[in-house]
Design a protein around this ligand. Structure first.
Ligand code: 5GP
Length: 194
């Protein structure tokens, strides 16, 4: 997605060899117009599939799951990271190791909102180690729903996330695929539709 790659080049801050900060338009302040365009792009890629629910993890996937949900006309669910008192019974849970925070946490979704009748698209902001998305994929499996694909806004292709998901037979599409990055220099892998 060219407009996204341009913004990453213009505004992305490379914090280390593996961490990209995009807080000015994606992760902290959110460019709402761009977020909606991202949702439309997910529709272009996945719209032919019979998706009934979008799934993401709080907090940074929410705006893109919502944009995809609006574009596809389906609800989205975000997995919660803290065990809320309101989410005490009937939950699907999976452990996740956080790449950015270097800690383990549990993600949970109420069993009320996901079941064998659902066909799911997982959406997230970054595909890095894939830990968060594998956790979500485990939850989808536990629920008996069918996982149709994973859509990510930014993929860091030099990390193992994509291969981890593809090994499980999950189709993955990322809107911007970074092959390498260093201060002042970001390289992208071209997507077929560009
Ligand atoms: P994972 O390693 O599980 O694929 O990534 C989990 C989460 O860590 C992503 O959804 C994203 O929120 C965060 N993350 C991973 N890599 C980066 C990065 O380079 N920059 C930012 N801002 N967040 C990241």
């Amino acid at each position: 997605m060219r407009v996204l790659e341009e913004r990453i080049r213009e505004e992305g801050l490379i914090l280390s060899e593996t961490v990209l900060k995009v807080d000015s338009f994606l992760n902290h302040q959110v460019d709402t117009e761009l977020a909606l365009q991202i949702g439309q792009e997910f529709k272009t890629v996945f719209g032919h599939l019979p998706i009934t629910k979008i799934l993401t993890v709080e907090a940074s996937g929410i705006q893109f799951a919502m944009a995809a949900g609006i574009a596809l006309g389906v609800p989205f669910i975000y997995a919660k990271k803290k065990k809320a008192v309101t989410l005490s019974e009937g939950v699907y849970s999976a452990p996740v190791h956080s790449f950015t925070r270097q800690e383990d946490y549990l993600i949970s979704i109420s069993q009320k909102y996901l079941g064998p009748e659902d066909k799911v698209l997982i959406v997230d902001d970054f595909l890095a180690t894939g830990a968060a998305l594998v956790g979500l994929a485990d939850i989808v499996k536990e629920s008996g729903a069918q996982l149709l694909g994973v859509g990510c806004v930014i993929e860091k292709s030099f990390q193992e996330g994509r291969s981890l998901l593809e090994k499980r037979g999950i189709p993955v599409h990322a809107l911007a695929r970074i092959s390498s990055m260093a201060p002042g220099e970001i390289h992208f892998i071209a997507n077929e539709e560009q």
